[in-house]
Design a protein around this ligand. Structure first.
Ligand SMILES: [Zn+2]
Length: 414
């Protein structure tokens, strides 16, 4: 029998055992409260010693990899926030599947304890904080390694599992103890990567992500007594006029196959100190999601152009607060093709390429020259909600998919 046929048969004949394994480990990792929040909110979560505290989960991942005799390393930049890398097989080419271990806070509205997994057998779903984002896919990757190991499949390359810290939140200016640290320290340099952090029920492949540009605008007018507004220049009104124009601004761009049009959100505004003072200062911060055909400089110029066309007596100043670049992967590349072919034979459908307005780990990889796509199990609507859920069957299908993709991409001894 061909190894890939063997693989399919194994997933079928050992379904119950594999489901039990996935649910058992998932219950364990969900129980660890790896909530990642702002430092100033830590006191709201008495169980948090530090934000994320991902080592609670990395410990479990290490234990499982060691039990399978898979080479593994714990990589730590910040105490208590370790990453784990597991390496199955040997060879020059490598495929990484990386999931993050931190979760967002539970929030309100849960029917049960968010940190205790609950299985609804009839619906075939498992509930709990992180079951889709991103602990379910993490455990599915362990399951894939378990199957590779039990079938003693000899890959001609390396299947790498990444359990990564710190994806959901980062303090401004804080060094990333997760993926950036692993890439910069050259601990992680795979040829290809699959990031199961997009939802889409394995029907979509994230091949492009928009860039994100944050711009702070400051309007400066002239302070005066509130009873004589004509003697001042109102910075709040100045800002309002500009923002209303920006809302209708048409940015220059070339339409993209997988990304919809660029967007501009006016996220925050702050100005004025009392109702009886004409405000001299007002600040607003924009969040612009832009396409590969645009640039931060170009957009800034367009925004300044809008401001220049307004006839106001005060000044506008513009500051770029943060930029992350857009990226795109050739949708005909071998990683995408291999996922599509295997999905056709395992799931009976061909996932289609699409693009995201937000960013995943795939962006960091692509920007450092590693071909990475987003692809994974679960509904995109289940992320960050109360009663977060995922279909159990999909966790197994995902394990099957990445095992098969690794065999095709890396090659194996027949
Ligand atoms: Zn996530």
């Amino acid at each position: 029998m061909m190894p890939k046929e063997m693989l399919g048969n194994y997933f079928k004949s050992h379904e119950k055992e594999l489901v039990d394994y996935v649910l058992k480990i998932l219950a364990e990792v969900v129980k660890e409260k790896t909530v990642n929040v702002e430092k100033e909110r830590l006191h709201e979560f008495p169980y948090l010693k530090i934000a994320g505290q991902e080592s609670l989960v990395s410990k479990i991942v290490m234990r499982e990899l060691k039990a399978m005799n898979v080479d593994c390393q714990e990589k730590t930049l910040v105490e208590g926030r370790s990453n784990v890398l597991g390496f199955y097989g040997k060879g020059d080419s490598s495929l990484l599947v990386a999931a993050h271990m931190d979760v967002v806070p539970p929030g309100d509205g849960w029917s049960r304890d968010p940190f205790t997994t609950h299985v609804d057998k009839e619906k075939g779903l498992v509930y709990g904080r992180g079951v889709i984002d991103n602990k379910g896919p993490l455990v599915a990757t362990l399951c894939a390694l378990k199957v590779l190991n039990e079938l003693k499949i000899k890959l001609n390359g390396t299947f790498i599992m990444g359990a990564i810290a710190s994806e959901e939140y980062r303090e401004q200016g804080e060094e990333d103890p997760g993926l950036d640290f692993l890439i910069k320290s050259k601990s992680l340099n795979p040829k290809w990567a699959i990031i199961p952090d997009v939802g889409g029920n394995m029907q979509m492949i994230d091949v492009a992500e928009k860039g994100r540009l944050q711009i702070k605008i400051t309007s400066t007018g002239k302070q005066a007594h509130g009873s004589t507004p004509q003697k001042g220049i109102n910075a709040v009104t100045m800002m309002s006029r500009l923002l209303l124009e920006l809302e209708n601004m048409q940015m220059q761009y070339v339409p993209h196959n997988f990304l919809d049009r660029p967007t501009l959100n006016i996220g925050t505004i702050r100005g004025g100190s009392a109702s009886n003072i004409v405000p001299a200062k007002c600040e607003a911060v924009l969040d612009i999601r832009y396409l590969p055909s645009q640039s931060a400089e170009g957009i800034l110029k367009e925004i300044k152009g809008v401001a220049d066309r307004l006839s106001v007596s005060g000044n506008y100043d513009f500051e770029v607060v943060a930029v992350s670049l857009p990226h795109e992967v050739d949708s005909a590349n071998i990683l995408v093709k291999t996922i599509q072919e295997n999905a056709q034979s395992i799931l009976g459908t061909t996932p289609r390429p699409f693009g995201l307005g937000g960013g995943t780990f795939a962006k960091s990889f692509n920007l450092s020259g590693i071909v990475a796509v987003g692809y994974g199990p679960g509904d995109d609507t289940a992320f960050h909600i109360a009663d977060e859920y995922i279909e159990i069957k999909q966790l197994l299908s995902f394990a099957h998919m990445i095992t098969a993709v690794a065999m095709d991409l890396l090659g194996y001894q027949k």
